[in-house]
Design a protein around this ligand. Sequence first.
Ligand SMILES: NC(=O)C1=CN([C@@H]2O[C@H](COP(=O)(O)OP(=O)(O)OC[C@H]3O[C@@H](n4cnc5c(N)ncnc54)[C@H](O)[C@@H]3O)[C@@H](O)[C@H]2O)C=CC1
Ligand SMILES: O=C([O-])CC(=O)C(=O)O
Length: 331
Amino acid sequence: MPKVVVLGAAGGIGQPLALLLKANPLVTELSLFDIVNTPGVAADLSHIATPAKVEGFLPPDDGLAKTLKGADIVVIPAGVPRKPGVSYDLFKINAGIVRDLATGIATNAPKAFVLVISNPVNSTVPIVAEVFKKHGVFDPKKLFGVTTLDVVRASTFVAEIAGDLGKAPSVVVPVVGGHSGVTIVPILSQSSLPLPSGFAKSDLEALTYRIQFGGDEVVKAKDGAGSATLSMAYAGAEFATKALKALGGEKGIIAPSYVNLDADKAGGDAVKKQIGKDLEYFSSNVEIGPEGVVKINPLGKLTEYEQSLIVAAVPELATNIEKVCTRGCRS
Ligand SMILES: NC(=O)C1=CN([C@@H]2O[C@H](COP(=O)(O)OP(=O)(O)OC[C@H]3O[C@@H](n4cnc5c(N)ncnc54)[C@H](O)[C@@H]3O)[C@@H](O)[C@H]2O)C=CC1
Ligand SMILES: O=C([O-])CC(=O)C(=O)O
């Protein structure tokens, strides 16, 4: 205890994420699965002098089941990333990958916390939920879409603007909504490090855009080699650490994430009221404990500009969710 699993562990995110998890003293077992290269990644990591016992599996001989057996936390960075000029539909490819992996989790580790990184997160999270419902094991308190990278970017950019990157690790900026473009809504008015006085409206809009489309910046700079991997691994490891602490009984852990709003009925209803739409999924500041979601916190006081961002995000999110729930996902 605790056992952490990475599905898609040989990939651009999977490998550095597995490294960060191996370096985390809270992890005692680390189990890696991918369709390629996991034995090599596991052998390499296993020489690092930290407590976690590392194993790597491939699909043959029930590799997925072996990987998942006894898992407390399952992180999923499996699937194709964006590449400029490549026009495949991420949803079409990744939906199938995530569905298969979710089936494995439903059968082998139905009580684990599931942290979904695979894009498009706004849709892959409902996909996992639907698979779990079919298997009769859906617990909305234990399913999380990982939006941590948006929060990490917001903290970094705000600290940069303040001219003090040293503050980046401690800056807290709530980012709500979903994880793609306009569905990402940074609540900069609630930043723990206020923006400089006299920060122009145009600068606020530019900063908001940079947080919403930070992924594009990386895709462009990588010039064909994929999307964010290292910053995502950092963000994924940060979320996993929070989940480990929550499982260990630490109180008051806030893990911003994209969750089913039924995970905390009262909190979810308050969010629905505030956004003016009965959405099933939304990301907010979520408090987690040993059984998963404890409380979905309200969005707090929003400026008129932030309200306009919510208005733009909600229909897009609804479309992303409906794409999965064509026949209605509500149980
Ligand atoms: N939530 C977020 O903030 C972010 C999400 N992402 C998403 O994460 C996903 C992975 O990105 P990268 O690591 O850069 O891609 P990658 O292509 O480098 O790695 C993906 C890995 O998934 C593996 N894989 C494919 N099918 C599999 C299956 N059925 N079972 C197990 N493993 C399988 C591949 O073999 C590969 O090793 C993409 O969908 C990307 O869009 C990327 C950045 C941020
Ligand atoms: O933009 C992408 O494709 C990858 C991603 O989710 C991000 O960097 O936030």
